[in-house]
Design a protein around this ligand. Sequence first.
Ligand code: UD1
Length: 430
Amino acid sequence: MEQYIVKGGNPLVGEVEIGGAKNAALGILAASVMTSEPVTIENLPDVRDTAVLIQAMESIGTKITRIDRHTVMVNASNIDSMTIDDGYIKKIRASYYMLGSLLGRFGTAQVALPGGCNIGSRPIDQHLKGFRALGAKVEVSRGMISAQTDALVGNHIYMDVVTVGATINVMLAATLAVGKTIIENAAKEPHVVDVANFLNSMGANIKGAGTDVIRIKGVERLHGTTYSIIPDQIEAGTFMFAAAITKGDVMIRNVIPKHLESISAKLIEIGCEIEEFDDCLRVVAPRRLSNTQVKTLPYPGFPTDMQPQIATTLALSEGISIVTESIFENRFKYVGELLRMGANIKVEGNTAIIEGVDGFTGAMISAPDLRAGAALVLAALVADGFTTIDDIKYIERGYEDFPEKMRQLGACIEKVETDRDIQKFKLKVG
Ligand code: UD1
């Protein structure tokens, strides 16, 4: 079984390059089938989720040519099926974007119900409500969602909750609807804006992405484009916390500092120094960090995808911290693993009460989901002795070359498969 093995204790020092945003990439890949002309996507992260979506796109006849590791050319001129029922696709959340894109272009789509990380019940009612408002007949049966219409017609849609997925999905479909669509209470995350910018570069008419009202004037057709995906806010934030928790000094390159403001603000509050440049950030943690309170919120609030990383860091900070999760109800599963490493955390409903301890000890732990898995790697980086982390498939869903990038900053981490590999690592690092 593939695992990471980590020997804790090294502060992270140096420079790290952030890749393209996974969650923007998923929306953009799905949107790229909305034209029959070639589309070139640059700065595409090479992670498992994008690979799965690419496979699903190929299964319906899309031709995808890899120009280099981070650039693909998509040619959707010969799509021969509107059904995505590949067992694989159920594993990723963003499979549902193929509903919006196929429904928009062809007026029909059938996609297996989405999976993704088990961090809560994750309903899709707002997606379905949006498609219905645009005139589609939508049914869920036998594990499949089917949407169909003779013509999509623009409408006024109010989202009952702020949802990234439904905002992007409805935006995709509405791009090729007849007339005007207004999405109110829209999500404002950077990847919503990136997908809108991508669609506009294909000839869509979308205004207001990044605010809570998005206005879309349907166009008849979209054309080819070349587009570069924004840097990954969460990968960047994870390395910022890796610098903080190890009392390191890391320059995080290829980021948009504006997207990281809520993360930077918390790091400064607990005692880090942050230097901001045009497209990079330096995080220095000179001493033991202090406690704080944080609540996850839709953008521009503190991201739920950074909740495990901040909680793990606070578990080693001075005093008592409170972390409240307001987006997903089941996002503290990693706490049990941290307790095994010596943390002192009590979870009550959607709140974690964290009493900072002086140190963690190495243990055998498992990644319960993508971001929690990354947070457990951060814990391992500072734990006394060796930690092995199982179920790294979750981490690989969203982080490209995670151990390599950590190693480049001085971390002692390796991906291993057998007991022999583990012994070899232990002998090497002593
Ligand atoms: C996306 C991200 C995920 C991130 C999350 C919140 C992708 C592939 N995943 O997930 O990494 O943690 O945004 O930033 O981009 N909800 C409903 N009904 C719906 C849809 C959502 O009630 O139809 C609720 C959810 O249960 C949750 C909240 O709305 O409580 C936000 O969910 P949403 O923003 O849609 O998350 P995802 O798009 O699934």
